[in-house]
Ligand binder design. Sequence first.
Ligand code: NAP
Length: 293
Amino acid sequence: MTATLIDGKAIAAELASENALRAARLRDAGTVPGLAVVIVGEDPASRIYVRHKALACEKAGLASWVHALPADTPQERLIGFLHALNADAAVHGILVQLPLPGALDARAVIGAIDPAKDVDGFHYRNVGALFVGEPALCACTPWGVMKMLEHEGIGVEGKHAVVVGRSTIVGKPMALLLLNAGATVTVCHSKTTDLPSLTRQADILVAAVGRARMITGDMVKPGAVVIDVGINRLQDGKLCGDVDQESVAKVAARLSPVPGGVGPMTIAVLVANTLRAAEKAAGIAAPRETRFA
Ligand code: NAP
């Protein structure tokens, strides 16, 4: 078998067009949707991510503000800053770029964001809504994976989905989304014994670990759908995922590659989440034809 690649870039471009239409509709109704991104410290990778997020907003016709704070910003000051953004009616989405430096407590900081503006979907309230299966702002990467599966006509109900990784950003929300969609879900992590015996049972396998090419063809069930979330920088500077594309492509039916898979979806979903927050604040329903809301 040779897997057909899932073109995340193309799906994200469709989502970006839809985002632009939703933003235009909001502007026509007198609301300029806006995202405030807060970055603390000088981490170069974080700065690049933040730039990409702001650029994606601008392209879709949203306002965006990047607030760069020094690495030694005290927690109370950061939280006070977030409270001011919560109170600012021009700001519909707030994102604090993680990881935070030093002694800053990420949970307390995220907890200070108004859940209605928490476009990363990390606030306890939004995590709780996901847990009980109610629509809310949901973590961008796993939500992007669900939209990708939907776009490709890959049904989830009744399938055995195996998620490798249990972080609060990717693995756990991914597992809950799949569970809510009717999959039988197994979650694996660093303490899992005999990982290959579990991954080989997966109809849908999601790898979110951060270990270059750790999922190899012999760990995959023939005909499976494999979604690679991992982003790893190799010594030669190139990017690769958690999935060994060469061997897995010989076994799987569908494969979301790195680069060009989940990565582009994540930012497009962030913009969509901001639009959703803005639509809700303005009391405007998403257009009926919206596929990614
Ligand atoms: P993380 O917080 O470091 O979590 C990694 C998870 O992998 C943990 O649950 C860990 O288990 C598990 N793990 C580590 N070694 C393992 C092993 N040998 N076997 C099985 N599980 C193992 O990372 P993350 O934030 O979830 O991100 C995961 C990857 O996705 C990274 O490469 C990241 O860069 C990428 N990512 C991509 C996007 C995107 O937009 N494409 C977005 C976010 C993240 P324990 O819990 O037991 O430690």
